[in-house]
Design a protein around this ligand. Structure first.
Ligand code: GTP
Ligand code: MG
Length: 362
C-alpha cells in the first residue's frame, strides 16, 4: 500500500522543490499508464508571502503548482503596516513577538513580493495568518483521509506492483521543505511545523532545510543568508530540546508550550517540543564534495529524491523505519556533555542533533 504524503513547501525554494516533485511523479505515473493525475492522497501545499507565487522564471523547465495548492499570505496591496496593525489588534499576540517586533515605519520591504530576507517579517506574517495556515493544512489532511483517497492509492499500488494493496489507512507522512536562509521560509518554519504537530494527523514532521551555501551562486542573494541560517538552526535546536512536561511541580520543570500564536490559530493542544521532529540539512555539495551546481539543479535533485520516497515502497519503509526508530536511538547514544545549556524538562533522552545524511542522486 502506498502511504499518503503531505508535502509543504515554505518560501520560494520550498515551492520550487515541490514543483520538481510533481514533475517527477507525473513522469513515474505516466510510465505505468496511470492517467488519473496525482492521487488525492498526495497533497501539496506551498506557503509563501507573495500574493502571486514567485518562481515564474522556471516555467519553461517545470510546471507551476495548481492555484489551489498555493497559499499567498499577503494579499494584493497589503503593506507591512497593515500586518502590524492586525497584530496589535489581537490580544497578547504583539507581546508574544517580543524581540522580533519590527517598527513598520522602519521597514521598506514590499511584502507582497516576499519578506526581503527578514525572518522577523516572515514570523510576523505567520503569526497574523496562523488561522489561515492551520485551516489550509487541516484541509489537506481532510483530503487525504477520505476512503476514496486511500482506495485510489491502493489502486495505484496494484497497477505498479501487480499486488493487491492491504486494506489499511496509514497515517500521512509529512515533509516540509524550506531554506534556512531567507525571510519567509525560515520565518514560517517553526510555526508551520507546530501547527502540523498540533493537528496530530501524522507521525511528526520531516524537514528538508537548505543551508545558505545553496544560494552562494545566486547573484544578489545578499549577506543575510548566513546570519538567517544560524538563527533559524538555533531556533530549530531550541524547539527540539524543549521537552515540555506536565509532570512534577518543581520550578525547574519546563511546561508544554501553549503560545498565543498557536491558540489564536485555533491550535488548542499544548506541544512538548517545537519545530520539525526530523530535520535534514541540505547543502549544495554531496558527501564526496561534488557540487550540484546551482540552486535550481539541487531543487531538482531533492524533488526527484522525494518522489522516489513516495513511490518506492522499499525506500519508503527503510526511510520511515529509520526516521521513527533509529533516529531516537542514535540521538540517545549521543548525549551532550554536562556543560551544554538545556532545560530540565521531560526526558533524560536529550539527544544531540547531529545532522543526518541522505543520499541524493547525482
Ligand atoms: N536576488 C536573488 N535572491 C535570491 C534568489 N533566490 C533566492 N534568493 C535569496 O536567497 C534567500 C533564500 O531564498 P528562498 O528560500 O527562496 O527565500 P524565502 O524563504 O522565499 O524568503 P524571502 O524571499 O526572503 O521572503 C532569499 O531571501 C533571497 O534573498 C534569486 O533568484 N535572486
Ligand atoms: Mg521568497
Amino acid at each position: 500500500m502506498y502511504r499518503p504524503f503531505l508535502l509543504v513547501g515554505l518560501g520560494g525554494s520550498g515551492g520550487k522543490t515541490l514543483r520538481f516533485v510533481k514533475r517527477d511523479l507525473h513522469k513515474r505515473l505516466r510510465a505505468v499508464g496511470w492517467n488519473d493525475g496525482i492521487p488525492e492522497g498526495w497533497q501539496f501545499l506551498h506557503i509563501d508571502t507573495p500574493t502571486i507565487a514567485d518562481g515564474q522564471e522556471l516555467n519553461d523547465i517545470v510546471a507551476p503548482l495548481d492555484n489551489d495548492e498555493y497559499v499567498g499570505l499577503v494579499g494584493d496591496g497589503v503593506t507591512f503596516r497593515d500586518v502590524a496593525n492586525q497584530l496589535d489588534a489581537t490580544p497578547n499576540l504583539a507581546s508574544d513577538l517580543v524581540g522580533w517586533r519590527i517598527d513598520a515605519a522602519d521597514l521598506k520591504v514590499p511584502i507582497g513580493v516576499g519578506a526581503g530576507q527578514f525572518r522577523a517579517v516572515g514570523r510576523t506574517v505567520a503569526m497574523v495568518h496562523g488561522r489561515e495556515i492551520r485551516n489550509r493544512i487541516r484541509n489537506s489532511f481532510d483530503r487525504i483521509s477520505t476512503p476514496g483517497s486511500y482506495a485510489e492509492l491502493g489502486e495505484l499500488y496494484q497497477r505498479v506492483t501487480g499486488n493487491s494493496a492491504a486494506a489499511s489507512t496509514p497515517s500521512p507522512h509529512v515533509i516540509v521543505v524550506s531554506s534556512l536562509a531567507g525571510g519567509t521560509g525560515a520565518g514560517l518554519l517553526m510555526n508551520v511545523c507546530d501547527l502540523i504537530n498540533e493537528i496530530g494527523e501524522s507521525d511528526g514532521v520531516m524537514a528538508m532545510l537548505y543551508t545558505p551555501e545553496v544560494f552562494g551562486s545566486v547573484s544578489g542573494a545578499g549577506g543575510g543568508v548566513y546570519p538567517n541560517s544560524l538563527a533559524a538552526i538555533s531556533e530549530v535546536l531550541n524547539g527540539y530540546w524543549w521537552h515540555g512536561d506536565n509532570k512534577g511541580l518543581e520550578d525547574t520543570v519546563v511546561r508544554p508550550r501553549k503560545n498565543t500564536d498557536l491558540l489564536q490559530a485555533g491550535a488548542a493542544s499544548p506541544l512538548s517540543s517545537g519545530g520539525p521532529n526530523y530535520p535534514f540539512l541540505i547543502g549544495l555539495r554531496n558527501a564526496e564534495g561534488a557540487s550540484f551546481g546551482s540552486d535550481t539543479s539541487l531543487f531538482g535533485m531533492v524533488g526527484s529524491a522525494i518522489s522516489t520516497w513516495m513511490t518506492d515502497i522499499g525506500v519508503q519503509d527503510r526511510l520511515i523505519a529509520y526516521q521513527q526508530t533509529n533516529w531516537e536511538n542514535s540521538a540517545r547514544s549521543n548525549m551532550p556533555g554536562v556543560d551544554v545549556l538545556v532545560n530540565s524538562g521531560d526526558s533524560g533522552e536529550v539527544g544531540s542533533r547531529r545532522s543526518r545524511r541522505l543520499v541524493l542522486p547525482g
